[in-house]
Structure formats: structure tokens, C-alpha cells
Design a protein around this ligand. Structure first.
Ligand code: ATP
Ligand code: MG
Length: 556
């Protein structure tokens, strides 16, 4: 038998080539380097699956490195959430590291550059520096500070560290090439002054390294073999290589892949933060958010997200992934794993007039008919009065309406066949009660009635049902690519959350736990909300049973 070998993605090809050549002694060490300035989103999941996945596949390990070089936006709340999300996705890092732990080493690296006349202290303002940098077609010009002596630079840099200068008064720049066509090489900033409290180093430092001076150096300090990042960093790579070469440190290498972009959402922590702070959503884990914590709260499984990342693959070109692919992945997973339950979201009462008053039967329903043995079963109480879905009754049903209406029959799931003979209305003409008779010999599994019906509907017993709040979600944005709009918040979908305050659910659902998936039959997949209480049960719809969105777009 020939093994079905999946083709390699381009980064796997690079790693295999390195392994063949014995580069880094066959060692594979990747890293995931989040900045702790927000919660992780589904784009980060792609990077996590790629970095941890590479290490797993090639017997390597992955470091978790918090890229905490900006004291102003970072917080330990974010650090904790990031760790939780990675572990929930099913990955474990070898070492938990912080760029801030390298501040002293990075400082010494900067001193070394100055000693080799490869860096200088510049007193120009940010505007002056930008103006002197030129444009992609015009070379830059040196500022008056570029020719400072090594000794003067060493003294000034020490004084920057000592806190002698205010924010913005001076910066440290690499001395590379002001005419280079790559703007990133036109004497990029290495350090800036920021008198701010850092979440880990406190007030020890008032100068902080720039991303470009911290990132590659941290890779090198950790001896990372394959440093994988997104395409925006391609123009940074020459600087990454230049710094490693001049500092003569471990030759880590940077490789770039296309970031994940997804329709109907935004994927930038800055924008997501705005949604939270301005109250457009409840929190970072509001189930409409594209964050990992939101997907978890909404009932997505780690496997569905990993599977999604596997399916979209690793590309060298930017693209836009349809949100419905992610929904397909969670549907596929929950169809196999979710326990089946009945819940009525828009209740109307059905009375079985020939069923004995006060009688209760315990019907039996398998938890999961998708697997052999059904993963056990639960008892479903059945009695004379039931809640059914309002839309399952029509006063004047059209042909081929295989549910209830005067004279029509259906099967009650797991129960009997009932026939409607009457209904009641209130003064406004709304149907309030449906009256049926049941065939006692039509019980599911032991039906000898000979009756034939085409429809089966779900129900819950009025006397036994629990009340619950049910939240249905829709896309957070009305346009495919909100980030491309002038004001992304102007296209927030005003109907992204639909709250049903009084749904009725099977009594057994009182034992539900957040994260366990349930299929409310005919209604979709649901999970208990993390903020649900026994007194006030709340369920989130993870995803509907079918993709109704595609149709709606066409209709609209
Ligand atoms: P954002 O723009 O959302 O703030 P970021 O790139 O600033 O994201 P980081 O915390 O720096 O966020 O990202 C950590 C890692 O995750 C980086 O290696 C980054 O390349 C990767 N990453 C971030 N966004 C995406 C995405 N949409 N798709 C794939 N990888 C991503
Ligand atoms: Mg970043």
C-alpha cells in the first residue's frame, strides 16, 4: 500500500532542506512571539499552528516569547490570556520567555554597534528624521548628528539609559545607508526614550528597543532556527540579517508567509481593542469577536480551529478566507461530537387532549446517534402539555407543509404521532394553543399504528422544561472587508446579536457545561455560556446547522 503523503508547504520544504544539509545540526526550534497588547485572534491561531506544528513534525520545540518592548500598551492580563489560548488550542511551549529579559543584552549589543561606528545618537525630532530620510525614489540626507564621534555616542547613549533626557529628545539609530532603496535600511531607529512603567521591568529602563532591534536579536539569543513571520516583514529581512551579521551572533533566519485575512471581520488587535473599549461588543471574548477566547466561549472546539488552519494552508501571497470555511469546520466537528437535545426557542403550547392528565412517561433518546452506542442516552419526560416551535404550526398550511395545521399529523421526536384537531387564538388573532390527539400505539421504536407522517418536530414537556436565555449570533460586520473601509466601525452589523429571553430546554440541559457542544435538533449547535448560572441559564449558538448566509447575500 502506498502511503498517502500530503504535499509539503513551502516552509516545510525549507526545513526539510535544512535537515538534509545538516544546518543547525538538524535542530528545529521555532517561536511564537506575541506582543502582550491584546487577546489572540484567529490569525494568531494560524501562526501558532504553523510554528508549533513545524516543531512537532520535525522533532523540535517551540518557545513562547512575549515581545514586550512597548511598556505603554502591555499588560499581564494579556499575558495570561495568551498562555491560556495556546494551551487550549492544544500546544505546549518549551520555554516561556520575555524580550524584556534581554534588555541588558540588547543594550550591550547596541553599545557594540556604537563601538564599531555602526550606530549613533540622533537629537533630531521624529519629523526631522522622517524628512531627512528621503523618499523611495530620492536618497536621504544625513542629519547633523550622524558624524558624532564614537566616544560622544557612547556617553550620550549611557546618559539616555540613565534618564538624563526626556521622551523624544534623542534616539539611537543604526548607521547603514541613507541612499538604500529599502527605506528600512536608511539608518533605522534602534532605541527610543520612554519614561514609562513596564509590566515586568518596572522603572528599571527608560529606553526601549524598537521591534527591529529586539526581534531578530531575541531569535538569535534563543538560537531559533526558523523564525516565521508574516509578509509585511519581508522588507525588514535585510535589516534582520544586517544586525545579526554585524553583531556576529547566532544566525537565525526569517521566513515569511501570508497572514490570515477573513471576510466579515477585522484582524488587528488595535481595531479589536476599539470594539471593546467603545462598547460595540461586551468584551474581548464576546462570541462575535474573532478572538480565540471568543470562539471558545461560542462553542468552537480546538480541533475545528486546528483543522481550519490545516485546510487554509500556508501561502506566499495575501488572500482572503471566507468565514464560512471556519463555520464548515466547526459544523463538521460538532456533527460528530455534539450531544443531541431538544430546545424550543419560540414556544407555543400543544395540548394532547386524549393523553391522561398527570401522566408522565420517560422517553429515551441517545446522546449522539453519530457514534456506535450513542454515547449513552438520557430520559426525556413526556406529558400532556408540550412546548413546540411556533413556526411548526400554520393555521392555513400550504401544500407540502409537513408539520402541524388543522387536520395535519406529525411525529413528536422520540415520541408519538399527533394529529391537530383544533387551536385557540387570543383577541389579537395570535394562536395561543394547539390541540391534538395522539395515537397511543405510535410510540417511536415500537410503532404499530400503521400511520405514515412525513414530518418530525421537536418539543419539550411544559411541566419539566427549564427556562433559558438563548443568544443567536450573526456576522459582526456587514461588509466583506471592513478593514478596507474608511471607518470600519460604520459597517458593524446592528443585528449581530439576537437574544431570546424565554426559550424552553430539556431538563437534562441544566447539567450542561461551557465548551460541551450540543445540537439543539433542527436549531443548530449550542454551548453553555461561561457567564451562565443555574438560576439564569444562557446558551450561545455556535453555528447554525446550515450555511444560511450564502443564500441571504444572494437574496439581498
Ligand atoms: P495585530 O496586527 O493583530 O496586532 P500583530 O502582528 O501585531 O497582530 P503580534 O502579537 O505581534 O500581533 O503577533 C504574534 C505573531 O502572530 C506574529 O508572528 C505575527 O506575524 C502573527 N500574526 C499576527 N496576525 C496574524 C494573522 N492575521 N495571520 C497569521 N499570523 C499572524
Ligand atoms: Mg506586532
Amino acid at each position: 500500500m502506498i502511503e498517502d503523503e500530503k504535499s509539503l508547504n513551502f516552509i516545510e520544504e525549507i526545513v526539510e532542506e535544512d535537515l538534509r544539509n545538516g544546518t543547525h545540526d538538524g535542530r528545529v526550534l521555532t517561536r511564537f512571539p506575541p506582543e502582550p497588547n491584546g487577546y489572540l485572534h484567529i490569525g494568531h491561531a494560524k501562526s501558532i499552528c504553523l510554528n508549533f506544528g513545524l516543531a512537532q513534525k520535525y522533532n523540535g520545540t517551540t518557545n513562547l516569547r512575549f515581545d514586550d518592548t512597548n511598556p505603554v500598551t502591555e499588560d499581564t492580563e494579556y499575558v495570561e490570556s495568551i498562555k491560556k489560548d495556546i494551551q487550549w488550542l492544544g500546544f505546549q511551549w518549551a520555554e516561556e520567555l520575555y524580550t524584556s529579559d534581554y534588555f541588558e543584552t540588547l543594550y550591550q549589543y547596541a553599545v557594540k554597534l556604537i563601538q564599531h561606528d555602526l550606530a549613533y545618537v540622533d537629537d533630531s525630532t521624529a519629523e526631522e528624521i522622517a524628512a531627512a530620510k528621503g523618499t523611495p525614489t530620492e536618497p536621504g540626507v544625513p542629519t547633523p548628528y550622524r558624524s558624532r564621534s564614537i566616544e560622544e555616542n557612547l556617553t550620550l547613549f549611557q546618559e539616555m539609559r540613565d534618564g538624563k533626557y526626556k521622551d523624544g529628545e534623542k534616539v539611537l539609530r543604526a548607521k547603514i545607508d541613507l541612499a538604500n532603496p529599502n527605506m528600512h535600511l536608511r539608518d533605522p531607529l534602534l532605541y527610543r526614550i520612554k519614561h514609562a512603567h513596564h509590566h515586568r521591568t518596572g522603572d528599571t529602563w527608560c529606553i526601549y528597543p524598537m521591534y527591529d532591534f529586539a526581534h531578530g536579536q531575541s531569535d538569535s539569543i534563543e538560537k531559533i532556527t526558523h523564525s516565521v513571520c508574516t509578509l509585511e516583514f519581508i522588507p525588514h529581512r535585510p535589516l534582520y540579517d544586517w544586525l545579526i551579521e554585524k553583531l556576529e551572533i547566532f544566525p537565525s533566519h526569517q521566513y515569511e508567509f501570508a497572514r490570515l485575512n477573513m471576510t466579515y471581520t477585522v484582524m488587528s488587535k488595535r481595531k479589536l481593542l476599539q470594539l471593546v473599549t467603545e462598547g460595540h461588543v461586551e468584551s474581548w471574548d464576546d462570541p462575535r469577536m474573532p478572538t480565540i477566547s471568543a470562539f471558545r466561549r461560542r462553542g468552537y472546539t480546538p480541533a475545528s480551529i486546528r483543522n481550519f488552519c490545516e485546510r487554509i494552508g500556508v501561502q506566499k501571497r495575501e488572500n482572503m478566507i471566507d468565514f464560512s470555511l471556519l463555520e464548515f469546520c466547526i459544523r463538521e466537528d460538532l456533527n460528530k461530537t455534539a450531544w443531541r437535545r431538544m430546545a424550543v426557542l419560540d414556544p407555543i403550547k400543544l395540548i394532547i387532549t386524549n393523553y391522561p392528565d398527570g401522566q408522565v412517561e420517560e422517553l429515551v433518546g441517545e446522546n449522539n446517534p453519530e457514534v456506535e452506542g450513542g454515547e449513552g442516552s438520557r430520559a426525556i419526560p413526556f406529558s400532556k402539555e408540550l412546548w413546540i416551535e411556533r413556526e411548526d404550526f400554520m393555521e392555513e398550511p400550504p401544500k407540502k407543509f409537513f408539520r402541524l395545521g388543522p387536520g395535519l399529523s406529525v411525529r413528536l421526536k422520540h415520541g408519538y404521532i399527533v394529529e391537530c384537531h383544533d387551536f385557540k387564538k387570543d383577541d389579537n388573532g395570535n394562536v395561543t394553543e394547539i390541540h391534538c390527539t395522539y395515537a397511543p400505539n405510535s410510540k417511536s421504536g415500537e410503532d404499530t399504528s400503521g400511520l405514515k407522517v412525513k414530518g418530525t418536530i421537536h418539543w419539550v414537556s411544559v411541566a419539566h422544561a427549564k427556562k433559558a436565555e438563548v443568544r443567536l449570533y450573526d456576522r459582526l460586520f456587514q461588509v466583506e472587508n471592513p478593514a478596507a473601509e474608511e471607518d470600519f466601525k460604520a459597517c458593524i452589523n446592528p443585528d449581530s446579536l439576537h437574544v431570546i429571553e424565554n426559550a424552553y430546554i430539556e431538563p437534562d440541559l441544566a447539567d450542561a457545561v461551557p465548551g460541551k457542544g450540543y445540537q439543539f435538533i433542527r436549531m443548530g449547535y449550542f454551548t453553555l455560556d461561561t457567564k451562565s448560572t443555574p438560576e439564569h441559564l444562557v446558551f450561545n449558538r455556535t453555528v447554525a446547522l446550515k450555511d444560511s448566509w450564502a443564500k441571504e447575500v444572494k437574496k439581498g
